[in-house]
Write a protein that binds this ligand. Structure first.
Ligand code: KIV
Ligand code: ZN
Length: 524
């Protein structure tokens, strides 16, 4: 079926806004730009870059995305008030393709308990908000927050009035993931039937995944006439997350015979983008996640493998290459040169500058000394870690680390760190195990004391000498942080992951005052 006969669906990505609302997923400016570049290369139509009024950092990030990312429309979220809309304008006034996304809740529970507004006030505020936004922006989206739990007649009235006021896209969110496909279809069908002017604007769906139905409901939206789907990479977002972009896009592509629609997404960029977002946010993708999970294309049962060898389509409805999932083969080793690495990077979908390739090559050589066989996943991990860790800004650098542990001995660790001025600090500590001892020694030097909430190690490729990716979640008085690091030595990887977080906390709160702990072993 040629794309010409299919309806084009707008893919509105909100990884940087709703996705960033996942606990602990906050990104710094450089990371947001990295994700925005990946989204542009992926071919999404709209990037919701943030909520300008939420913080000066958000405003600055939206402005930076608007200035640097050409192609997609860049959107900023705003409540229906002048301050928020002004902040969105401030962020986007120099961006050519811009959208103001205003929202107001419409459901009884939000009206009565959150907003304390009656129906008339909701309509008045919504209309005023859209009209005010319209004085500056041509492209206005209105979202009726919690639409899926709103009385149908009232929802229809709100939607009709904001269209009259100038909204160009009307979004019908299932904010708390409460809708079932059948009820969501009824809501959209009702609006299509009763709202004057709805056929002149784009109807959009925005579904949360509390009942695991976000993608199913988004597809129902498509069947009921929605032509914009709001989603996030890896489905990250508040609570159970949003509709997963990769699942929505591949469902549309794989079943275009039924949905009769297409997107502009370059599907072979899905897997690299998913990996980038997982790295940046620290929210790992479950192994059996559709489309981008490690097992998404793995066949274990003998009968399946036999069928696959005879004809792939017996058990495969999509080809892994379609989503950029390069089948992992042994590719490089100690004697491989820069050219071979560069070719492999291109095959994996990374378009790096020469200086970036040099950096990956340097790290590759170090790794090849420790690890005989280098797989695609290893190369990918080097790219992502190199980019991210290099740009976070570093307050502390790990210079040396040693641990002792064993049955019947008290685990202990000593660490040597250098601060930004190059001064060297040493500390030693004991702990429940070697990782705990390292963590305590790092706490002593950096003066950062925080609670470890989660600790995970995953192997990124195969073999006994595989690199381990350590991901941790730390609770500190200034927030929740995720840290990650890569190493063939899990103790070193753990230390680097802790230091990743401690560096970010130090950059936020400033270096520690001279403390007893920090100097207890002296500074040689
Ligand atoms: O879930 C929701 O309702 C939202 C709106 C702000 C669009 O994220
Ligand atoms: Zn949402």
């Amino acid at each position: 079926m040629s794309d010409a006969s299919l309806d084009r669906v707008v893919i509105f990505d909100t990884t940087l806004r709703d996705g960033e609302q996942s606990p602990g997923a906050s990104m710094n400016l450089e990371q947001k730009l990295q994700v925005a570049r990946a989204l542009r290369d992926l071919g999404v139509d709209v990037i919701e870059a943030g909520f300008a009024a939420a913080s000066p950092g958000d405003l600055q990030a939206i402005r930076a995305v608007g200035a640097q990312i050409e192609g997609p429309v860049i959107a900023s979220l705003a409540r229906c008030n002048r301050g928020d809309i002004d902040a969105s304008w401030e962020a986007l006034k120099d961006t050519r393709r811009r959208r103001c996304h205003v929202f107001l809740a419409t459901s009884p529970i939000h009206r009565d308990f959150k907003l304390k507004m009656v129906k008339e006030e909701i309509i008045k505020r919504s209309v005023e908000g859209v009209k005010y936004a319209r004085e500056r922006f041509d492209d206005i989206e209105f979202s009726a927050e919690d639409a899926a739990r709103t009385e149908l007649e009232f929802l229809a009235e709100v939607v009709e009035r904001v269209i009259e006021a100038g909204a160009t896209t009307v979004n019908i969110p299932d904010t708390v993931g409460y809708a079932l496909p059948v009820t969501y279809a009824e809501t959209l069908r009702f609006l299509k039937k009763h709202v004057r002017g709805i056929d002149k604007v784009v109807m959009s769906v925005h579904c949360h995944n509390d009942l695991g139905l976000a993608v199913a409901n988004s597809l129902v939206g498509l069947a009921e006439g929605a032509r914009q789907i709001e989603c996030t990479i890896n489905g990250i977002g508040e609570r159970a997350g949003n509709a997963s972009l990769e699942e929505v896009v591949m469902a549309i592509r794989t079943r275009r015979d039924v949905v009769k629609a297409c997107t502009g997404v370059k599907t072979e960029r899905l897997y690299p983008t998913s990996r980038l977002v997982a790295q940046v946010t620290g929210i790992q993708v479950q192994r059996n996640k559709a489309i981008v999970g490690q097992n998404a294309f793995a066949h274990e049962a003998g009968i399946h493998q036999h069928g696959m060898l005879t004809n792939r389509e017996t058990y495969e409805i999509m080809r892994p290459e379609e989503v950029g999932f390069a089948r992992s083969a042994l590719v490089l080793g100690k004697h491989s040169g820069r050219h071979a690495l560069k070719e492999r990077l291109v095959a994996l979908g990374y378009q790096l500058e020469e200086a970036q390739i040099d950096k990956v090559f340097q790290d590759f050589k170090v790794l090849a000394d420790k690890k005989k066989d280098i797989y695609d996943a290893d190369i990918e991990a080097l790219v992502l870690h190199g980019q991210i860790l290099g740009k976070n800004g570093v307050a502390w650098e790990l210079e040396a680390l040693s641990t002792t542990s064993g049955t019947g001995t008290l685990p202990c660790a000593s660490v040597a760190l250098r601060d930004a001025s190059g001064e060297r600090f040493l500390a030693a500590a004991t702990g429940d195990g070697p990782v705990d001892a390292v963590y305590r020694a790092l706490e002593k030097v950096t003066g950062v004391s925080a609670k470890l909430r989660d600790y995970q190690i995953a192997s990124v490729s195969n073999g006994e000498d595989a690199q381990g990716e350590v991901t941790i979640e730390i609770e500190h008085s200034t927030g929740v942080y995720r840290g990650r690091a890569l190493s063939t030595d899990i103790i070193e990887g753990s230390a680097r992951a802790f230091l990743d977080v401690m560096n970010r906390i130090t950059l936020k709160i400033g270096p520690p005052q001279e403390s007893e702990a920090r100097t207890e072993m002296g500074t040689p």
